[in-house]
Design a protein around this ligand. Structure first.
Ligand SMILES: [Zn+2]
Length: 434
């Protein structure tokens, strides 16, 4: 207890302490989480994220209009995901809760709750760990340390039809906009659904062609203009235990992959690190010690190979059917393992699997905008043309893919890939509709 003795020095000590704390806090945002910007695609329309109808605050969501509640819940979901990874580049997310989106079916016995994914994939950027895969934009930005394209990084279209009683969606089910992960018997957790779609957009996506299109048969990858066809970095981890030599799908021929895409239960996640780290956590849904990937006999073009198998227990947020048992209040589970495997630096304290409460985490910071500020971009290493500022991408018609402006450092062929990568769905598990 020698405070008395040092009393005259304390102001200086405090000053130094404050300066150190300021530096640490200043570094916190850029180093320990990924900040974000959400572009409200419903702005000015009076619907979706801007719906002015009155709403009653619910479970930590104080919004007093439907639009405000949706924005609060969406932002909270974005914080859950972005707080678990590090990036010096804020993640840009285009979002809507459109009640008229034709891509988002809503029927009495089943619904597409949302569609989400990366807006684009790229390779050859400075800092790219590999040149035999393509990376979703948000991850490419994180690895490059600066923005590689002046566009949105993720797209998120949530189904606004659920809140229109006349639609009789899912027998009258409504979105639950609370932040406590406790939807009522006829409610669907909006936050959990958004988290699912966001994780797709962070890279939890295979881009193997599952329904023949133009010049690419099933099992192929979309072609780059130089003729190369590359898997996504996620796709590189998918392994076929049913084939001779148990190769990764990316090492198979196109026709072998076409055989493999519906070969459950032999399609698995190959990362030895993840399979070892989760051996005590996962009680079901393994094959030869590896986590099973969704590869049902009947191919589901928007879901096959881009989810865990529904056989995985405990239920996971990245299974193709939403489960009331997979609350994001228990963390993002095995998804943190995949994010790490594909190259995301995890925030300090985030482990594989992630079982922390939703509200952990680095103070990922960000809010809604109606347009992104123009930013200089990191060009592809082999790109000769100067990147131009892209005009605002107004293609918000719903699952419509990417809009590539002339001069963007991307190849138009990726447009094909973007359309496919956005076709990722989540259905309500029918057996739980009861
Ligand atoms: Zn999905």
């Amino acid at each position: 207890m020698n405070f008395q003795h040092n009393s005259r020095r304390r102001p200086l000590v405090w000053a130094v302490g404050f300066a150190v704390a300021s530096v640490l806090l200043g570094a916190w945002h850029s180093a320990y989480a990924a900040d974000f910007v959400i572009r409200n695609l419903d702005a000015g329309r009076g619907e979706g994220l801007s719906d002015a109808r009155r709403a009653t605050p619910i479970d930590d969501n104080p919004g007093t209009t439907l639009g405000e509640q949706r924005r609060i819940a969406l932002r909270y979901a974005v914080q859950i995901v972005t707080s678990r990874v590090e990036s010096a580049v804020p993640i840009r997310i285009d979002a809507s809760v459109d009640p008229n989106n034709p891509e988002l079916a809503c029927r009495r016995n089943g619904a597409t709750l949302g569609v989400g994914g990366a807006t684009n994939f790229t390779q050859g950027f400075p800092g790219a760990p590999r040149d035999d895969v393509v990376y979703p934009l948000a991850l490419a930005n994180a690895l490059a340390g600066r923005r590689v394209a002046d566009t949105a990084d993720l797209r998120l279209f949530m189904n606004g039809k659920l809140d229109v009683p006349a639609n009789d969606c899912l027998r009258g089910a409504r979105w639950y906009y609370g932040l406590r992960g406790t939807p009522g018997p006829n409610q669907i957790d909006f936050v959990a659904s958004v988290v699912h779609e966001l994780i797709h957009g962070m890279g939890f996506q295979s881009i193997i062609v599952l329904r023949e299109q133009d010049d690419t048969p099933v099992g192929g990858y979309p072609a780059f203009s130089d003729g190369r066809r590359l898997p996504s970095v996620f796709g590189r981890y998918i392994q076929d235990l049913g084939a001779t030599g148990q190769p990764r799908l990316s090492a198979q021929s196109r026709s072998q992959r076409a055989e493999a895409v519906n070969d459950a239960p032999f399609i698995v996640w190959s990362s030895a690190m993840t399979n070892a780290a989760t051996s005590n956590f996962v009680t079901q849904g393994r094959q030869e010690g590896r986590l099973r990937i969704y590869a049902p006999v009947v191919i589901q073009p928007a879901s096959t190979l881009s989810h865990w198998s529904p056989a995985v227990e405990p239920d996971q947020i990245m299974e193709p059917f939403q489960s009331v048992e997979a609350s994001v209040l228990d963390g993002i589970g095995l998804a943190s393992c995949v994010l790490s495997d594909i190259g995301w630096p995890l925030s300090p304290g985030v482990r594989c699997p992630d079982t922390q409460s939703a509200t952990i985490a680095g103070p990922a910071d960000g809010d809604f905008v109606t347009a992104y500020a123009t930013t200089s971009v990191q060009r592809r290493a082999n790109d000769g043309a100067a990147p131009s500022d892209t005009s605002d991408d107004d293609d918000d018609s719903g699952g419509g893919g990417c809009t590539l402006a002339p001069g963007q450092p991307f190849d138009p062929i990726w447009w094909v890939m973007c359309v496919m990568a956005l076709g990722v769905l989540i259905h309500r598990r029918r057996s739980r509709l009861g």
